[in-house]
Write a protein that binds this ligand. Structure first.
Ligand SMILES: Nc1ncnc2c1ncn2[C@@H]1O[C@H](COP(=O)(O)OP(=O)(O)OP(=O)(O)O)[C@@H](O)[C@H]1O
Ligand SMILES: [Mg+2]
Length: 274
């Protein structure tokens, strides 16, 4: 069977997204974190289902970034546990943790954090190379993702030669290159104008709908928060009680049987061409 690159990527992302056992995909319990005498997180319990798109909102200084970094294994809690896809990450050593993070989690930051001396293509390839993918496969996957983002023509550009929206789409491609089961984004559209912001948000939902990925998005953007499956309100280091809504499992599009029509990747919104 001849499959297009997009179809191949779609299938591999679907299979890498893992099965939905109906339980929570991310399970946080009793998370506390202090910086000196400042207790930033005061006991966070949170369950996120596979394929959910969850937003985290709250005033500046509420602890949103701290929570996301702990959930994303970039920082450790003082107490409590973080279980992702059945793995208790608090029990992993540094090396195993780095490996787990590289494979399971994609990050999108407020300011893209692309490496300035590398091209868009190289920036997307880097996490794949770090993860042990050979150069040819890493390049192919990076090219497919950049094509999906409407950035094929920009693959050889360095970050300084890209617009803000383009840079952020490269950053999303980089977050996806290892086919992570979860994407964590901290103010991903904070530096974008409204058109680019809308496109980026639509892309998140397209990815979830097509590939069943889980998204955790810290945002100040009320419009984005309203469109997510669930909004977590963080205040004074705690989740406001009315947000503790039950986990609602997301049912991804089932993979196709052999011979069946394979759905293609979502079409890039036209405005990406502008
Ligand atoms: N490494 C650190 N050392 C000391 N204090 C820190 C550190 N990181 C964060 N803080 C403090 O912890 C609190 C929560 O910070 P955090 O970055 O999680 O807030 P936030 O909700 O993401 O805010 P914003 O919306 O402004 O990004 C703040 O008061 C911040 O000053
Ligand atoms: Mg923050």
């Amino acid at each position: 069977m001849n499959m297009t690159n997009n179809e191949t990527m779609h299938q591999s992302l679907l299979s890498s997204a893992g099965g939905d056992e109906g339980g929570s995909f991310i399970h946080l319990s009793g998370i506390t974190k202090s910086f000196g005498s400042l207790q930033v997180l005061k006991g966070i319990d949170l369950d996120i289902a596979k394929g959910e798109v969850v937003s985290i909102v709250g005033p500046s200084g509420a602890g949103k970034t701290t929570l996301l970094q702990i959930m994303g294994t970039l920082d450790r809690a003082d107490s409590g546990s973080v279980v992702i896809n059945g793995t208790d990450v608090s029990r992993l050593g540094q090396k195993a943790l780095a490996r787990f993070r590289n494979r399971q989690i994609g990050f999108v930051f407020q300011f893209h954090q692309l490496l300035p001396e590398f091209t868009a293509l190289e920036n997307v390839m880097i996490p794949a190379l770090i993860g042990g993918t050979n150069r040819r496969d890493a390049r192919q996957r990076a090219e497919e993702l950049l094509a999906f983002m409407g950035l094929s023509e920009r693959a050889t550009h360095k970050p300084a030669e890209l617009s803000g929206g383009e840079k952020q789409r490269v950053a999303v491609a980089r977050a996806l290159v290892n086919q992570p089961a979860v994407v964590m984004a901290d103010e991903p559209s904070g530096s974008l104008d409204s058109a680019n912001k809308d496109e980026l948000h639509r892309l998140f939902f397209d990815l979830r709908d097509q590939m069943g990925q889980t998204f955790v998005i810290v945002t100040h953007d009320e419009e984005l928060a309203r469109t997510t499956d669930r909004t977590i309100h963080l205040k004074d280091g705690r989740i406001l009680p009315f947000d503790n809504s039950p986990v609602k499992p997301f049912i991804p599009t089932p993979p196709c049987e052999e011979g069946e029509h394979i759905p293609t990747m979502p079409q890039r919104p036209d405005t990406f061409l502008a």
